[in-house]
Design a binder for this molecule. Structure first.
Ligand SMILES: Nc1nc2c(ncn2[C@@H]2O[C@H](COP(=O)(O)OP(=O)(O)OP(=O)(O)O)[C@@H](O)[C@H]2O)c(=O)[nH]1
Ligand SMILES: [Mg+2]
Length: 292
């Protein structure tokens, strides 16, 4: 039996979470068109007949300009420790400064890595060449793989390569477990994904979601959540005209949560203003206490 921790590192928006979801065959980690979607270290556990691959999804590494961004980069860098293997993920569509910042972090981790060039369906030859050049210039680059998470291309070959480089080991988690995150986290993330999909500019970056209370009966699961925003002016935008926006977020999230739980769900969303929570160390330390 082979088993090990495989951490995906990369700039924001390169498709790390999409790759993890493609392997698991379901949405463990939320995805959006916007950068800085993932905020936590999320273990997604792929159980195979003779192997257990623990994919460690991380926030994108970038040059933070806000305090929340600082925390995200800290979480991502901490997650680079203690893995058997790294996947250095870049996008064939865009390559640049942030990828070079990631490279420095990967070098410092002293862990072997596979260079993964994602979004090959939208590749520019120049970007692919630049990425290959960077990977080849680094020590401990085991191989370079070209994939498209969206089209599910190249992922089988990449997985074979991952398994080749994992140690013999017993499994780390029970074979029916797919993530280390509790249900409440998954529910809050689904809601956050809808906010990322439906709202614009700074609003998604100003929100956090918490699950306050869950009540289960044989026929219905009732879930009460709070969405934090950081300014009074953001509340009416999130609610929308006549409550239209929050209703849409709630409806889409409830459908996904029902799929996840395989049960009927009642979902209540409450919007609360917490002044400048993204700039407040106490709030951020509390939010990320399990990750830092
Ligand atoms: N065209 C194309 N788009 C992709 C591919 N993989 C992911 N995407 C898209 O790229 C965007 C970002 O994907 P994510 O998986 O959220 O990226 P991430 O690296 O996890 O981003 P952060 O969590 O913000 O660091 C989404 O809109 C995805 O649908 C791919 O292979 N091809
Ligand atoms: Mg992500």
């Amino acid at each position: 039996m082979k088993a090990g921790f495989v951490c995906l590192a990369g700039a924001p928006n390169v498709g790390k979470s999409s790759i993890v979801n493609a392997y698991l065959g379901k949405k463990i980690s939320i995805v959006s068109e916007k950068p800085q979607t993932t905020r936590n270290r999320i273990n997604a556990i792929l159980n195979l007949p003779d192997a257990q691959v623990v994919f460690v999804d991380t926030p994108g590494i970038h040059k933070p300009v806000h305090k929340l961004g600082n925390y995200l980069v800290k979480i991502a860098i901490k997650a680079l420790e203690g893995n058997d293997l790294l996947l250095f993920v870049v996008s064939a569509e865009r390559f640049g400064e942030f990828d070079r910042i990631v490279a420095e972090r990967i070098k410092a981790s002293n862990t072997p890595f596979i260079g993964v060039i994602n979004k090959m369906d939208r590749a520019s030859k120049q970007n692919v060449e630049k990425a290959e050049e960077l990977f080849k210039s680094m020590d401990r680059c085991l191989s370079i793989k070209h994939v498209s998470a969206i089209r599910n291309e190249g992922l089988d070959e990449l997985l074979k390569n991952i398994l080749d480089n994992l140690p013999e080991s017993p499994a780390f988690y029970p074979p029916d477990m797919i993530t280390d995150k509790p249900l409440r986290f998954m529910v809050a993330e689904i809601i956050r994904e809808k906010i990322f999909a439906l709202t614009h500019q700074e609003l998604p970056y100003s929100t956090a979601v918490s699950v306050d209370y869950v009540e289960e009966s044989p026929t219905l699961i009732k879930i009460w959540c709070t969405i934090l925003v950081e300014r009074n002016s953001q509340k009416p935008i999130l609610l929308g005209k006549g409550g239209k926006m929050i209703k849409k977020i709630g409806t889409l999230a409830r459908k996904d949560i029902e799929n996840l739980l395989d049960a009927h769900v009642f979902l209540s969303l409450h919007v609360k203003v917490k002044e400048k929570w993204t700039e407040n160390d106490r709030n951020l330390n509390e939010l990320f206490k399990d990750e830092l």
